[in-house]
Design a protein around this ligand. Structure first.
Ligand code: ADP
Ligand code: MG
Length: 616
């Protein structure tokens, strides 16, 4: 039989390796930034176009490469960083596999210019799909500039697999931030499609964090510092009151390398025990310095996991040092043994109910009597939702009432029995009996029993369908603000808002400025008040931080879900009868009244027979 095994040609082997090293534009960004750092650069500039799909360019002022090195750098397993197997256990550099450039050059068009300090002229190499196209001398400053164009140009399947610009940009920003945080002694900048996203001068860690995440971060940081034989810990944790609703700002670096570790994350969370609100996550930027021999990072080129020799001890040290820091900055509650007992309520008075002070009101007094034109329309001033008279409140559902009948006939219920009965609910007049239970549920009787509606969930459903309609079909009305509202966000947040801008404007927002870290709003949806805007957008951004849906439809859907959740009346809000009925009617005019946009049950019914059974 003939032999059939052959060695793969280099360019094929490189392409296969590239499959592991380069998953998306962000992987290229990471490799190039790390090479620049390994080259001792003090200034690194990243420039991308179309989320790196068209161009990724990294320029550094590092030590550069000689002619031979520049050519060799594209060979597989060509590295200047390790020589012996033992070197793997005392790595001082980010790279060591010598695979990145070879892989990138296998699947993109690469253009490299590099010059060392000693040389007069530099080297210019163009390489495409592992084939060197040209190599010549060139004039270039000391350091390296590398362009990676049209990533995956020769693997259409991979190229098509890339996600939307928003998603890929997000990944690049993530990588950039991780590298920039780990190296505050290096200046970084990042431009996307010609506009500046980050400009980070050489600074200390605190300033670097602030430069990346915005000036409001400064007051939130509590320093952490601990030196032990096993590990040195430095960095910052966020004060508990600023904990985020998402895991966004959580960073571990081990020997200046970004890592993910659910186990160590648990240690941090444990240190915050009792200090965090439900469903909120602490912010942290923690740097662990350990003996390189005690960790194994040689697992996978793109993995951010790491193996420690003594994980348990690390856990304990981390937890206690954070606890200590939080306590030291008197963030953690302290037991107060010296409380002045004179200030406590005497026991026998505690049970007595408080007396309401008597207030006299002159109902005839009108402070505006002088003013002739009693502007009843008062367009600029919208009252707070709760304070609005019932009539106004009902108007929130304008359009729904008028075509109640039509809508109802279209509504499809799971059970016909309910449909008939609910139909009657729609004819309830203001004097009819609905009432509120625990400021949380609305109870409404129907012929054969009763229905119990969760007011918040019901309102979510109503708003969600309304918002979807206005985003996709007809823009909602907006209320003009008397003074523009200016919000300080960070660069990523503004970037995210950009993507949502059009849809948000359909819901009634009017943005007059949206640039860098500044957002100015001149109009808001009629359903919210000015004071709610920042909370609402905050929630929105954190909902989108977790996931940016691919398709436009899913994006709109998530937007509507997020806004509806923030805008809906909360449990604990007292509703008068008119408001209750507006909710009931609004709900059953919805296409899917049974479930919230996130598939939670909105109401339950209790049939007369069920009630009767209970009395047997
Ligand atoms: P690794 O970083 O694992 O060594 P790479 O393929 O990323 O492998 O790079 C190969 C070699 O090219 C590096 O070892 C380094 O000597 C050289 N190199 C790459 N990028 C730069 C740069 N920006 N400046 C100087 N030398 C570089
Ligand atoms: Mg490298």
């Amino acid at each position: 039989m003939t032999n059939i095994i052959q060695l793969l040609p280099d360019h094929v082997a490189n392409q296969i390796a590239a499959g592991e090293v380069v998953q998306r534009p962000a992987s290229v960004v990471k490799e190039l930034l790390e090479n620049a750092i390994d080259a001792g650069a003090t200034n690194i500039q990243l420039l991308i176009k179309d989320a790196g799909k068209t161009l990724i360019q990294v320029a550094d002022n590092g030590k550069g490469m000689s002619v031979t090195d520049a050519r060799l750098s594209f060979e597989r397993h060509a590295t200047s960083k390790i020589k012996l197997a033992e070197d793997l256990f005392q790595l001082q550099t980010k790279g060591f596999r010598g695979e990145a450039l070879a892989s990138i050059a296998a699947i993109a068009q690469v253009d490299l210019k590099s010059k060392t300090q000693e040389e007069e002229v530099g080297t210019h190499i163009q390489i495409k799909g592992s084939e060197v196209e040209s190599q010549e001398a060139c004039v270039t400053p000391t350091g390296t500039v590398i362009h990676v164009k049209n990533l995956f140009y020769n693997i259409p399947a991979r190229r098509n697999f890339l996600k939307s610009t928003a998603v890929e940009t997000r990944h690049i920003i993530d990588e950039f931030q991780r590298v920039a945080l780990a190296h505050s002694s290096i200046a970084f900048s990042m431009h996307h499609n010609g506009s500046e996203m980050f400009q980070l001068p050489i600074s200390n860690l605190r300033q670097r964090i602030v430069n990346i995440f915005g000036s409001k971060t400064n007051e939130k940081l509590v320093p952490v510092e601990e030196e032990t034989e096993l590990v040195n810990i430095t960095g910052f944790v966020g004060k508990p009151e600023f904990a985020k609703r998402t895991r966004g700002e959580q960073f571990f670096f081990v020997n200046n390398r970004y890592i993910k570790s659910p186990y160590l994350n648990h240690a941090v969370t444990a240190a915050f025990e009792g200090l965090l609100k439900d469903k909120s996550y602490p912010t942290y930027f923690l740097f662990l310095e350990v003996d390189p021999k005690s960790i194994d990072i040689n697992i996978h080129p793109t993995k951010t996991e790491i193996k420690f020799d003594d994980e348990h001890a690390l856990y304990a040290i981390l937890r206690s040092s954070i606890k200590h820091s939080l306590g030291q900055f008197s963030v953690a509650p302290v037991l107060d043994f010296n409380r002045d007992s004179n200030l406590d309520t005497p026991y026998d008075l505690e049970t007595k109910s408080a007396k309401t002070p008597h207030v006299e009101v002159d109902r005839d007094f009108n402070p505006f009597q002088e003013i002739k034109s009693k502007s009843s329309s008062g367009s600029g001033f919208q009252q707070r939702r709760q304070a609005a008279p019932p009539g106004n409140w009902e108007a929130l559902y304008h359009g729904l009432d008028s075509k109640d009948e039509n809508n109802f006939s279209k509504v499809e219920f799971e059970s016909d029995a309910i449909t008939g009965q609910l139909f009657e609910t729609s004819h309830l007049s203001a004097s009819s009996t609905t009432f509120q239970l625990q400021k949380k549920y609305i109870i409404s009787p129907f012929k054969n029993g009763m229905i119990l509606i969760d007011q918040h969930r019901a309102h979510c459903r109503i708003l969600y369908e309304d918002l979807l309609k206005s985003i996709t079909v007809k823009a909602a009305v907006s209320q003009q603000l008397l003074f523009p509202l200016s919000l300080q966000l960070n660069v990523q947040e503004t970037e995210m808002l950009h993507h949502l801008r059009e849809a948000l404007e359909q819901t009634g927002f009017i943005f007059s400025k949206m640039k860098d870290a500044e957002v100015e709003i001149t109009g808001i949806p009629t359903l919210i008040t000015e004071s709610e805007v920042s909370i609402l957008l905050d929630q929105l951004l954190s909902d989108f931080e977790n996931e940016i849906p691919e398709s436009g439809f899913l994006q709109t859907d998530l937007l509507a879900k997020s806004l509806a959740k923030s805008m809906a009346i909360k449990a604990g809000t007292q509703l008068d009868t008119v408001e209750q009925i507006a909710i009931v009617n609004g709900l059953f005019a919805c296409k899917e009244p049974q479930l919230t946009p996130t598939n939670k049950k909105i109401f339950i019914t209790l049939q007369a027979e069920d009630i009767e059974k209970k009395f047997m």
